[in-house]
Design a protein around this ligand. Structure first.
Ligand code: C2G
Length: 130
């Protein structure tokens, strides 16, 4: 039973989010997702996500490929989250390539290619212009 962990904000949920979660699940047997809290996003980007954390959590948890969800409260707790959840592998999109290599001593670290041409930021820009 291989346990996979991944992290993300999943704001304005789109096809790139769905595909990374499906492919993360395909790396093992059980997928745990750390959804970034509203406060963590504010600290990181100086703005709150469009969709509040409880709704982002509910959307992610409803997916067939997702088994468990928790809130990621800080980037600095990643090692702790990996250990607490007994994850065998950390999976992230390759926009994070190399950034989590420090965890290779506690689990496998896998970077998967991002889905091209879609992002929360570009969707927000398109909606603004309508
Ligand atoms: N993603 C993707 N393809 C896209 C857009 C995003 O594969 N076109 C992936 C990202 O690489 C990431 C996941 O979807 O693995 C979530 O992306 P975001 O919601 O943008 O999350 P992010 O801001 O990267 O937060 O601790 C790390 C952070 O919580 C990650």
């Amino acid at each position: 039973m291989k346990r996979i962990i991944t992290f993300g904000t999943f704001d304005v949920f789109h096809i790139g989010h769905l595909r990374i979660l499906q492919r993360a699940r395909d790396c093992g047997d059980y997928l745990i997702v750390g959804v970034s809290s509203d406060r963590m996003n504010f600290n990181k980007k100086d703005r709150y996500p469009v969709i509040p954390q409880n709704q982002r959590r509910e959307i992610v948890l409803s997916l067939k490929c997702v088994d468990e969800v928790f809130f990621e409260e800080s980037l600095d707790l990643k090692g702790q989250y990996i250990l607490e959840n007994k994850a065998d592998a950390l999976v992230m999109g390759d926009d994070w390539a190399g950034r989590f290599d420090e965890f290779k001593n506690i689990c496998d670290v896998i970077y998967l290619p991002r889905t091209p041409s879609v992002s929360t930021t570009s969707l927000i820009e398109i909606i603004k212009e309508i």
